[in-house]
Design a binder for this molecule. Sequence first.
Ligand code: ADP
Ligand code: MG
Length: 245
Amino acid sequence: MSPELLEVRGVTVSFGGFKALQDLSLSVQPGSLRVLIGPNGAGKSTLLDTIIGKVRPAAGEVYFRGEKISGLPEHLIARRGICRKFQAPGVLDGLSVRDNLRLAVRADKGVLASFSPRRRQEEEARTDELLALTGLGERQDVMASELAHGEKQWLEIGMVVAGRPALLLLDEPTAGMTAQETAQTAELIRSLAGKHAVLVIDHDMQFVELLAAPVTVLHQGQVFREGDLDHLRNDPDVMEIYLGR
Ligand code: ADP
Ligand code: MG
């Protein structure tokens, strides 16, 4: 058995004749944080699509907890504990932050659970936990429609985490955020590690620096480099793929 949570083994993805991923291998350990960077069109989003089963590889396999998941339908892959943020039960604008989170907790536990008073208490306790995690405690009674852009992203992350995914996939979570919101998002994501493995794509280098996690550089559908950000920043080949040849 493999100690890896996720193993992408030699995956190739073709769109028509174009190979968006070419013989790509990558692994993620339980509870770890990994960052994926690379120029536009490198194949980052396609890799996430392949992991969640939205895109099927032409060659290679994806394993999760040692079992092959590539080829399974999306909902079965999700049920095993892999979640991409946009699959979150959508935030309901007309509900408060707390009600949104409670709904996500209930969706995880099953609706019948809420009929038992003890389960109701557990539900509230778990909702409190998620409020603390997302830093939205003081905003719990605010309507989701009133939230700032960053706060709404944190609420979405909280709602995904309610389902306790073993692996959380985030594609550019800081897009459109202020520097302050970006820093808070890095803190939130770091606090998820340990309990959840997180694979995060972003191109904001300040954010990537704050995550302080191993970085994989994708280029033309392949792993170009792996290492820590400081190392990669000083790599002339990495600079070159960003600047274009
Ligand atoms: P990134 O997220 O790294 O910017 P993508 O994974 O979105 O890159 O895309 C990788 C390459 O695959 C790009 O050249 C893109 O145009 C192409 N591509 C992505 N999705 C499709 C698709 N559904 N059909 C055809 N080409 C696609
Ligand atoms: Mg992308």
